[in-house]
Ligand binder design. Structure first.
Ligand code: DGJ
Length: 544
């Protein structure tokens, strides 16, 4: 009788949870006008993120020093690793006490979390798996190199590894649901980290060899054939739907596609298991190739833009794919992920260039979030007179316009650009609202020598002649866009402004030398500010 009563009460709790937790009430992704937003409590939530270094979240106590520091930097979402080996040291027994403390501390500072599940793989390798997994290569087989050597990389093909990883991930998601579904401090989950096979070719274990010689899954061939016109050039160049084996269907790309399919299939199972418990948005991230790097030198088969459609076919439950960008060609890599239906979120960005790339990300790529890696390594000022790290200045400003940005992103009313002294082009231009904003790195006057090594801006249009420009280090000339009309543009006024609680304050009206006699917007080379720029245009008849 006791047991029966307990069963009834458990199922009532379950029913209550499923009745109260509708998908629309959970954080979720909404795609509109090609822009992906994260919706939290019914409102778009722009992530001003920061990912923690690998050794910064392994204890509860670290939360006490790191979270307040990041909150002071206007980071509103912290990306923290949760390691399989720490949460399931003994098989079947789970301990989430460290995570609980991070959740509680984050809540106390009005900060959100994105959880990074370091399960079977982190940067290709499997060192975050518990020792009962790593030490039993019979039960949990490894990928093998061409000479038959087992690698420190768990095989994607083991049903047992997949079952245990899924079981642990399920326990994690259940725990987060029970602890957090009301407050929703945890917003999203990254499943595994920068997966892929390192080494020449592909996994050469006997099982992998057998599968590689066999037929390609029908599901994959049909999915790719249906999207033939949307395939990346790398995939389109190789895909032959009339083939049968991996080599026949994918030619020279067969090894990498084979690995992509196997990672995607494995991770799909983990994601599905986790979402059954608590369906937060889940994504996978990629370690991008360094210039000239070949597959296997970078983790081969990860969710790179080349074979993203293979991942989408193999892992339909993954909400989106994200680049971790440490290379100088930031814009190129972002653009490669701007494929239909893929919201842009950058979970890892190189911290040195992040204060500039952030403006491109939020303004031009319309990201739902951006997150410099190891952000806790920045030193925050102890006194008011100490300089703030540039990233802190950037987030402080973006935080102040966070109420305006998501709607403007969706409406296509934002732009962004970034320039460095080593950029291949000395100028960059963005078009918005009938105007062209042409930027160069800040120049001195009258010598016109470059006085800033880096510059970037985000432009936000609020009405036909009113724009807010956030950034630093640029000289910006503004003209009418000849694609719109043959008019002439003029600067009516430029003010340096600030915003708090939705109200603008004018700090300075810029005149004379500070606007190059009314001809240019000069973004301070050393400090980030918001400028309100009012423009007028004189219409002219177009000459024939
Ligand atoms: C990418 C990984 O995802 C991070 O965890 C970290 O290892 C950085 N690279 C580099 O430090």
């Amino acid at each position: 009788m006791k047991i029966a009563l307990r069963t009834i009460s458990i199922s009532i709790v379950g029913l209550f949870v499923s009745l109260t937790l509708h998908a629309a009430d959970l954080p979720h992704i909404k795609m509109e006008n090609g822009t992906g937003s994260l919706i939290v409590n019914g409102q778009p939530f722009l992530i001003l993120g920061g990912e923690l270094g690998n050794s910064s979240a392994g204890t509860a106590a670290q939360a006490d020093s790191i979270i307040p520091k990041l909150a002071a930097m206007h980071v509103n979402t912290v990306l923290i690793p949760v390691a399989w080996e720490q949460t399931e040291r003994k098989e079947g027994s789970f301990d989430f006490s460290i995570l609980d403390h991070w959740i509680e501390t984050a809540r106390g500072h009005n900060v959100h979390l994105v959880i990074l599940w370091f399960g079977s793989w982190k940067n290709a390798f499997s060192n975050y798996a518990p020792s009962w997994v790593k030490s039993d290569a019979k039960r949990f087989p490894r990928a093998e190199s061409a000479d038959g050597k087992p690698l420190e990389i768990l095989s994607t093909l083991s049903a047992e590894t997949r079952r245990c990883d899924s079981r642990a991930f399920t326990a994690l998601m259940r725990h987060i649901r029970e602890k957090d579904s009301q407050q929703q401090t945890v917003l999203m989950v990254q499943v595994e980290n920068e997966v892929g096979y390192l080494g020449p070719g592909r996994d050469r274990s006997p099982e992998a060899n057998k599968l590689f010689r066999g037929p390609v899954s029908d599901v994959l061939v049909r999915a790719l054939a249906a999207k033939r016109l949307q395939l990346s050039p790398e995939l389109a160049a190789h895909f032959n739907e009339r083939g049968r084996t991996w080599s026949e269907v994918f030619g020279d790309a067969a090894n990498e596609v084979f690995m992509a399919w196997n990672y995607a299939s494995y991770i799909e199972a983990v994601v599905q298991a986790g979402k059954k418990e608590y369906a937060l948005p889940m994504y996978a991230n990629a370690q991008l190739p360094a210039p000239q790097e070949r597959a296997g030198e970078y983790p081969s088969g990860g969710p790179h833009p080349y074979y993203l459609e293979v991942w989408r076919a193999g892992a339909p439950s993954i909400d989106f794919y994200s680049p971790d960008i440490y290379w100088p060609n930031f814009e190129y890599w972002v653009q490669r992920y701007e494929v239909s239906g893929n919201p842009i979120f950058i979970p890892e960005a190189r911290i040195e260039s992040a204060p500039y790339n952030a403006f491109y990300a939020y303004g031009q790529a319309r990201v739902l979030g951006f997150s410099p890696f190891a952000i806790e390594s920045l030193k925050i000022p102890e006194k008011d007179s100490d300089a703030k790290p540039e990233m802190m200045q950037v987030y402080e400003l973006l935080d102040s316009i966070r109420d305006l940005l998501p709607a403007a992103q969706v409406a296509g009313m934002t732009r962004g650009l970034v320039l460095h002294i080593a950029s291949p082009r000395p100028t960059q231009t963005v078009a918005l609202g009938g105007y062209l904003f042409e930027a160069t790195l800040s120049r001195s006057w009258p010598a016109r020598a470059i006085i800033a090594d880096d510059g970037a801006m985000l432009v936000l249009q609020t009405s036909p002649g009113e724009f807010y420009v956030v950034g630093s280090g640029l000289t910006v000339s503004i003209a009418r866009d000849p694609d719109v009309d043959a008019g002439i543009a003029g600067i009516e006024s430029i003010e340096q402004v600030s915003r708090a609680s939705g109200q603008w304050t004018t700090e300075r009206r810029l005149n004379g030398d500070q606007t190059n006699q009314g001809r240019q917007l000069l973004l301070d080379p050393h400090r980030q500010y918001i400028y309100r720029v009012r423009l007028y245009s004189i219409t002219r008849e177009r000459e024939h």
